[in-house]
Design a binder for this molecule. Structure first.
Ligand code: SAH
Length: 368
């Protein structure tokens, strides 16, 4: 069954699909695929062990599989999905952005951010985005296509491998958090995103063994998909990109608001919070003189008070040629105070990676 939202964003007719990969498949499908190649079904588990537990996609390292079978299994189930166009880093190399080229030349990006107490990766779920938010660099170029489950998962596998191998300064480390805040609207690529969450969180060797609690899925507010996501029973965090408390302004900042209003989006968010037991994160990019007035902070506070919520204020990262910029410090401060006066927990997000165009589709945009 197509997911809500998915029908509207089909790839162009005749476009080639990404190659099938182990990470697209459930464990049962992997056994079937291996058997279909004339191999013993237990090879599926060996391949999973190599890919999800050792991040080893080079068949030369699969010494428990006969050499004659390795190439056949590799080309059928572990094709190369993407190659690095470039890495760009800052913050003494603890923030590293990777620009990837996919099999059809499409570009996407992921960012790895190492903090003293955790490592977060920001990944893409689509190439481009169809949501058309005017302040977002990805939104300007429109949607190219959905990423496959494996194309989503592989961004993480590559990051975990470089962390394990000590390629990120600070010594070998484990990944602690994943945010679906790179390119794309994750809930518009519903089935593949949900599949990727299963691959990321299934225990090794079926999956990468990461914690659902460490995953944040960020959405513009596709209400039917939010409700369906609640039914999956995940313990992931949901982030809602609100950016305005009133429909009049939100219609211009997040165009899909003309379909699902602020009230409906928040009701779906509270439903998710109830079902998952997790606080919802409300994302709010502060844009100077657009959405940063004290009266809007007050209206937002009234909508959110008493709810299971946390507000993340993001100083706007201006996109090239944009007429908008981040709020004045005093307006940001007042916005925080007004929300706090309603008892709403709020933090101002650290804006790592701005100097490497690490926010919101800018590196891929520069490449085009
Ligand atoms: N499509 C999803 C996830 C991708 S964007 C969503 O909209 O939630 C992740 C977050 O970055 C969103 O809250 C988005 O609104 C915000 N964002 C996009 N462009 C930005 C910019 N130029 N400055 C600050 N935040 C931005």
């Amino acid at each position: 069954m197509p997911a809500p939202g998915e029908l509207t964003f089909v790839s162009p007719r005749g476009a080639k699909k990404p190659p099938r990969h182990l990470a697209d498949l459930t464990p049962a499908e992997r056994r079937e695929a291996v058997a279909g190649l004339g191999e013993k079904p237990f090879r599926a588990k060996q391949l999973s062990q190599h890919y999800f537990a050792r991040y080893a996609d080079d068949p030369a390292a699969w010494t428990d599989i006969p050499a004659a079978a390795r190439e056949r299994l590799a080309s059928a189930l572990l094709p190369e999905l993407m190659s690095v166009v470039r890495h760009v880093s800052c913050d003494d190399d603890t923030t590293c952005k990777t620009l990837w080229r996919l099999f059809d030349g499409t570009l996407v990006e992921s960012v790895l951010m190492r903090y003293p107490d955790r490592v977060t990766m920001c990944i893409s779920s689509q190439a481009g985005c169809g949501m058309n938010c005017p302040f977002c660099a990805t939104g300007q170029a429109g949607l190219t296509r959905n990423l496959s489950t494996a194309e989503i998962v592989h961004q993480i596998v590559a990051g975990m491998r470089s962390l394990r191998d000590g390629e990120v300064p600070g010594g070998p480390a484990r990944l602690s958090n994943i945010v679906f805040m790179g390119m794309g609207e994750p809930l518009a690529n519903y089935n593949r995103v949900v599949g990727s969450i299963r691959r990321l969180t299934d225990p090794e060797p079926e999956g990468l063994g990461l914690s659902q609690r460490g995953i944040t899925v960020s959405t513009v507010g596709l209400v039917p998909a939010m409700l369906r996501f609640a039914d999956e029973g995940f313990k992931c965090r949901l982030a809602v990109s609100l950016h305005a408390p009133d429909d009049e302004l939100r219609d211009t900042l997040v165009p899909v608001n003309t379909r699902w209003r602020v009230r409906e989006v928040l009701d779906a968010a509270w439903h998710y919070a109830d079902v998952s037991g997790r606080r919802v994160s409300v994302e709010y990019a502060l844009i100077k003189d657009i959405n940063d007035q004290a009266w809007r902070a007050d209206l937002l506070g009234r909508l959110l008070r008493g709810r299971r919520v946390h507000v993340n204020l993001i100083p706007l990262n201006p996109t090239p040629g944009s007429k908008w910029t981040a709020s004045r410090p005093q307006d940001e401060q007042r916005f925080v105070e007004v929300l706090e006066s309603h008892g709403v927990p709020v933090t101002v997000r650290d804006t790592r990676g701005q100097e490497i165009e690490g926010a919101c589709g800018q590196l891929a945009a520069a490449e085009r």
